[in-house]
Design a protein around this ligand. Structure first.
Ligand SMILES: *Cc1c(COP(=O)(O)O)cnc(C)c1O
Length: 466
């Protein structure tokens, strides 16, 4: 399968090259040239499959002709063997025709494990085959860093450097990263904020001359196509469990960079009958403003109790826009250039109308979000994490049809976000799952670096394994 850039000016790449490339050279994002299509009969025939078997069916067309079937099966089995629940993605009923899809049963307790456990093994396979070594560099305000480290800790051909803002991530989140002691894992606590971390990563990607000869950086944020691809699977898994393709389903997704919900959109384009996709945002509501009022303009960042959704711009929305503008790379390049210049992007009437057929949106501030956690705990004895709570509220406020099952994606375990849970009236820190109960006793290792790119790059150059 070939991959093309949303801005139409970058080289067409194979699957493997697109995974290693990250951002396209024209500033766009890679997307498959065509989407695999599954018939109703084919989807119906998958109803008894395990998560791993289904993952093979859904993902293999994206890698056709590149990753052999047996290899792909192995990569999938390894990726999901670290999950702590036999269902991988268990479905819990939370209300009338309303369900919670628990995507936090992986090693770092957030949905990002679905993609990053797979990506780690995929990179391992591709790099060994090519006899190539790479360095991963990423910035994190929490969940991405730990999931990426867990995904790559066993990859011989990868050194992974994750920057987090010094003393500005929660203790659970920091320890999930810094207690991984493999010698290819490097945590950098930067004396700056998350933006400083991110800017340093961006600058390093655009000038990689500080790396040893023959090395390149690889991105593991959600611009990496393989991450989106792996997330399509759980939409099919939940849909099948609830009667698709014989009946439609709906999903509600707490949304930051639009990676998770974009995978749901792809599932619908590939044949899963999805009636509605709900975008839930916190006070960083650019997507809610865009869908509800055609206002996709930059606002100041707000620090919320759902920090994994604290973004100003949703990077993967560009992939959606590409489809909404009939895959016209030149039109998209112009649109994005204009957005960069003015900080504002207005959708055409046609594009907006087409998005609104599938998407609704809702915004929740911290106070209302905390009330949702409280309410669900009181009524169901079930503890939501702050991100999931936003999705649940968004579903309840914008749901179109009560006769269609609504699946709310639970993107993190509540133990990752004790502050929000305590504000909801829960009297203690929510307990970590048993396999992590000793997290606070484990040895940590990280390097504190000044907010200077030269120091960080020197540290990396010195520590990359030869
Ligand atoms: C990353 C993350 C999100 C946002 O996902 P996107 O793909 O960026 O939209 C939501 N909730 C949690 C817990 C996350 O870690």
């Amino acid at each position: 399968m070939n991959y093309i850039s949303t801005r139409g000016q970058a080289p067409v790449l194979s699957f493997e090259d697109a995974v290693l490339a990250g951002l396209a050279t024209d500033g766009g994002l890679y997307v498959p040239e065509t989407l695999p299509q599954f018939s109703r009969e084919e989807i119906a025939s998958w109803s008894g499959l395990s998560y791993q078997e289904l993952a093979f069916k859904v993902m293999s067309p994206f890698m056709a002709g590149e990753v052999p079937d047996d290899t792909l099966r192995e990569l999938i089995d390894k990726a999901y063997s670290t999950f702590r629940h036999d269902a991988i993605a268990p479905l819990i009923q939370s209300g009338h025709n309303e369900f919670i899809l628990e995507l936090f049963q992986g090693p770092t307790l957030a949905f990002k494990d679905f993609a990053l456990q797979f990506l780690g093994h995929l990179l391992d396979y591709v790099l060994k085959k090519r006899n190539q070594r790479v360095a991963i560099m990423g910035a994190t305000s929490g969940d991405t860093g730990s999931a990426a480290i867990e995904g790559c800790r066993h990859s011989d051909n990868v050194d992974i450097f994750i920057l987090h803002p010094y003393q500005r991530v929660s203790e659970v989140q920091r320890r999930q990263m810094t207690t991984v002691l493999e010698d290819n894992v490097f945590n950098i606590a930067l004396k700056g904020n998350f933006d400083d971390c991110q800017n340093m990563v961006k600058a390093s990607f655009s000038d990689q001359s500080f790396l040893p000869e023959g090395r390149q950086l690889v991105a593991v944020n959600s611009i990496n196509w393989a991450r989106i691809m792996a997330q399509i699977v759980y939409y099919f898994y939940a849909g099948l469990a609830l009667g698709a393709p014989h009946r439609p389903v709906a999903f509600s997704v707490p949304t930051g960079n639009f990676g998770d919900i974009f995978a749901g959109y792809l599932a619908s384009r590939m044949g899963l009958p999805i009636d509605q996709l709900v975008i839930g945002t916190n006070a960083n509501d650019i997507l809610h403003r865009c869908i509800s009022a055609n206002d996709h303009s930059l606002h100041q960042l707000v620090h919320s109790l759902s920090p994994s959704m604290d973004i100003m711009v949703s990077s993967n929305f560009e992939r959606m826009l590409f489809d909404l503008y009939d895959r016209d790379g030149a039109a998209l390049a112009a649109l994005m250039a204009d957005f960069k210049k003015t900080g504002n992007l207005q959708l055409s009437e046609t594009a907006l109308a087409s998005a609104r057929k599938l998407f609704t949106s809702y915004r929740l501030d911290d106070e209302s979000m905390v009330a949702v956690i409280h309410d669900m705990w009181q009524k169901n004895g079930y503890l939501l994490d702050p991100h999931t709570a936003i999705g649940v509220a968004a579903a309840r406020h914008t749901r179109r049809r009560l006769d269609i099952p609504m699946v709310c994606l639970a993107t993190a375990h509540p133990a990752k976000f004790p502050e929000a849970v305590r504000k909801a009236g829960y009297q203690q820190d929510p307990p970590l799952p048993h396999h992590m109960a000793d997290l606070f006793e484990r040895e940590e290792r990280y390097s504190v670096q000044p907010n200077e790119i030269a120091s960080v790059q020197q540290y990396m150059a010195e520590h990359i394994r030869r």
